[in-house]
Ligand binder design. Structure first.
Ligand SMILES: NC(=O)c1ccc[n+]([C@@H]2O[C@H](COP(=O)([O-])OP(=O)(O)OC[C@H]3O[C@@H](n4cnc5c(N)ncnc54)[C@H](OP(=O)(O)O)[C@@H]3O)[C@@H](O)[C@H]2O)c1
Length: 281
C-alpha cells in the first residue's frame, strides 16, 4: 500500500526534489500558502491530513535573512518545526527534519561527525538547532538530516545561480576561506528515502565527499561548463562582508551512514557533472 507522505516547503528548492523522489507514493505537497507553520493551527491542519510520514524542509534558509529578522527565523525554523513535531507525535508517525552544517561552530579542522556537540555561531544555526531540539523533544520517531550547500539542476540554488551568472558574463564574488561539504539534491533525497524505509531513527549527516569553498565550487562549475574562471572572484576574511557570521570549517562526515554501511555518496565532482549534464554553454 502507498504511504501518505506530507512534504512541507513543497515549492522550495529541496521540497521539489522530495516531491519528485517520492512520486511513487501518495505525496501531500504543502506550501506556505496551504499551511503557515508559524501558526499554532498548523498542528491541527497537519493531523487532519492523516499522513504516514512527514518530511520537513520548510525553513528560512538564508543566514543573512535570519540575522536581519531574528523573530521570523525563530518563528519559522524553531517554532514552526515544533508544530510539525507535535503533529507527528499526535499521529505517532516519523518526522524527517532537514537541518544544516551551520549548527556547528566551525572551530575544528577535521570533519564533524554526528557525535560532536553543536554550537552555532549565527541565528540561522541557532534557530535550526532549536528545530532539532523540538524534533527530538516531541517526536520519538525522528530522523534529523544535516546537509550542506545543496545544489541541483533546477530550482533556486548555488549551482543554478552560479551557472546563470557565468552564462550572462556577470562577475561573481565568493568566499575562499570558509571550508564546507556540498551535496547534490538527488543524492540527498535518494538517501533520505532509503532511510525512511527503516526504523534506524536518529541524526544523520548526508553530504557528498570532498571539501570546497564557495569559490572552489564556482570554479569547478565554470570548468565543467567550459566558461572562463576569470569572472569568479575569491573573497578573503578582509573582503567578505555579510550580516551573518559563517563557520570557518563546517565539513560533515557521514559517520552514521558509514557505521550502517550505507555511505555510498559520491565525490561531489561526479555528482556535479551529473547535475550539469543537460546544461548548455
Ligand atoms: N539549500 C541549501 O544549501 C541547504 C543547506 C543545508 C540545509 N538546508 C536546509 O534544507 C531545507 C530546505 O532548504 P531549501 O534550500 O529548499 O530552502 P527554500 O528553497 O528557501 O525552501 C524553503 C521553503 O520553506 C517555505 N516556508 C518558509 N516559511 C514558511 C512558513 N512560515 N510556513 C510554511 N512554509 C514556509 C518557503 O515558502 P515561501 O517561499 O512561500 O515562504 C519555501 O518554499 C531548509 O530547512 C534548510 O535549512 C538547505
Amino acid at each position: 500500500m502507498k504511504k501518505r507522505i506530507l512534504i512541507t516547503g513543497a515549492k522550495g528548492f529541496l521540497g521539489q526534489y522530495f516531491v519528485k523522489e517520492f512520486e511513487d507514493e501518495e505525496v501531500i505537497p504543502i506550501t506556505h500558502q496551504d499551511i503557515n507553520l508559524e501558526d499554532k493551527n498548523a498542528i491541527e491542519k497537519i493531523t487532519s491530513l492523516k499522513p504516514d510520514l512527514v518530511i520537513h524542509p520548510a525553513a528560512i534558509r538564508s543566514p543573512d535573512i535570519c540575522e536581519e529578522d531574528p523573530e521570523k527565523a525563530w518563528k519559522v525554523n524553531a517554532v514552526g518545526t515544533k508544530h510539525v513535531a507535535i503533529a507527528c507525535s499526535l499521529l505517532d508517525i516519523p518526522l524527517i527534519y532537514i537541518s544544516t552544517d551551520y549548527v556547528f561552530s566551525g572551530g575544528k579542522d577535521t570533519p564533524y561527525t554526528e557525535f560532536y556537540p553543536p554550537n552555532p555561531i549565527n541565528l540561522y544555526g541557532k534557530t535550526k538547532l532549536y528545530g532539532e531540539i523540538f524534533t527530538k523533544e516531541f517526536c520519538k520517531k525522528h530522523f534529523i538530516i544535516r546537509t550542506s550547500y545543496v545544489f541541483g539542476e533546477y530550482g533556486n540554488n548555488a549551482l543554478t545561480q552560479i551557472y546563470n551568472s557565468l552564462k550572462e558574463g556577470k562577475e561573481i564574488k565568493l568566499s575562499n576561506y570558509h571550508f564546507a561539504s556540498c551535496t547534490y539534491a538527488k543524492d540527498l533525497v535518494r538517501k533520505v528515502k532509503e532511510l525512511s524505509f527503516t526504523n534506524l531513527y536518529g541524526t544523520y549527516h548526508i553530504v557528498n565527499k570532498g571539501i570546497i569553498t564557495r569559490y572552489d565550487f564556482a570554479c569547478k562549475v565554470a570548468e565543467i561548463a567550459g566558461f572562463s574562471k576569470e569572472k569568479v572572484i575569491p573573497l578573503n576574511s578582509e573582503t567578505f562582508k555579510a550580516p551573518a557570521k559563517r563557520p570557518l570549517y563546517s565539513v560533515l562526515r557521514n559517520y552514521m551512514l558509514e557505521i550502517y554501511n550505507m555511505d555510498d555518496l559520491p565525490y561531489y565532482e561526479e555528482s556535479l557533472r551529473k547535475a550539469m549534464r543537460l546544461f548548455k554553454k
